[in-house]
Design a protein around this ligand. Structure first.
Ligand code: CDT
Length: 294
């Protein structure tokens, strides 16, 4: 909590009105460990938000007039577990929450030192992809693996999001299905957030845990991406660091006016497969009838 408050104060001193903290900010990234039952992980879960531990962060943010986005493990009163993000406005009130939808990894114990057991510890989120107002800006909420999925950004953009806040934990090792080369992992991360920003004409604020946590190295790479897909600010190291950018609504305007003018160019009547299918199926064949009369 001391580290988060110190970062918040540094952000406020730079004039920041919105701070994004990483996924599962308050604990180690515990899905790397298999415990015999998910209930045994309860010490990592928050039963309410704010609570006695996090109240100082909420109080300090309110005093400073800074909105923030905070990732944590949520245990609901009816014992459901989610990988959650809360969005706290400048007056210290929670204006919305998101429960992670794209849970990567696996549910079974693969008996490796570091695993990726999000499907074991968490349920798939049940509140969709929300857009909330923070510090007067429309902020879309997503978490970590969501940033690799085109659907995330489009659903948020269609609700008018100006920015998408994404906290993440991407380990360098023990990640099934990812390129094991650290520089490739960074490229895939940047490719994802840049494509999401550009194709939806919005800003992306991506905040990582970094360095070595409990013996596992994380890629880091926090960054701010413009609606043009440019990385305008990026973490330089593995320690606690502020990555600062100046939000300019004008950057999105030319993209929204022409190339990605959704209401003019989108053709949802041709996108049914995106919501009908999860995996790959047979091609859909369209017959073109008619021809020349002569
Ligand atoms: N936390 C999280 O979602 N991390 C994933 C990497 C693991 S995939 C098994 C990510 O997309 O960065």
């Amino acid at each position: 909590m001391r580290r988060l408050i110190a970062l918040l104060e540094r952000a406020a001193a730079h004039g920041c009105r919105l701070v994004v903290f990483p996924e599962l900010t308050l604990t180690t990234f515990f899905p790397r460990y298999f415990l015999p039952s998910p209930e045994m992980a309860e010490k990592y879960f928050e039963r309410e938000m704010p609570n006695a531990d996090t109240q100082p962060l909420f109080d300090r943010a309110r005093e400073l007039g800074v909105a923030f986005v905070l990732g944590y493990a949520e245990l609901t009163p009816d014992q459901r577990r989610f990988n959650t993000v809360c969005a706290v406005d400048v007056d210290g009130t929670i204006v919305g929450s998101y429960r992670k939808i794209h849970l990567p990894g696996h549910a079974e114990d693969r008996k490796m030192e570091h695993q990726h057991l999000e499907k074991y510890y968490f349920e798939v989120g049940d509140v969709g992809f929300p857009v909330v107002t923070l510090a007067g800006l429309k902020v879309g909420l997503a978490t970590c693996n969501d940033r690799r999925w085109a659907e995330t950004y489009r659903v948020l953009a269609l609700q008018g999001a100006d920015l998408v806040a994404i906290g993440y934990n991407t380990p360098v090792s023990g990640v099934p299905g990812m390129n094991p080369e650290p520089h490739r992992m960074m490229e895939e991360h940047l490719l994802s957030v840049r494509a999401g920003a550009y194709q939806n004409a919005l800003w992306v604020l991506a905040a990582a845990k970094s360095g070595v946590e409990d013996g596992q190295r994380l890629i880091g790479g926090s960054c701010i991406v413009t609606p043009g897909g440019d990385v305008v600010s990026r973490a330089t190291g593995d320690g606690d660091e502020l990555v600062i950018g100046a939000y300019d609504p004008g950057v999105a305007e030319p993209f929204r006016a022409e190339m990605f003018n959704f209401s003019r160019h989108r053709r949802p009547e041709h996108y049914q497969l995106i919501v009908e299918r999860t995996g790959v199926g047979e091609p859909v064949v369209a017959a073109i009838a008619g021809g020349h009369d002569d």
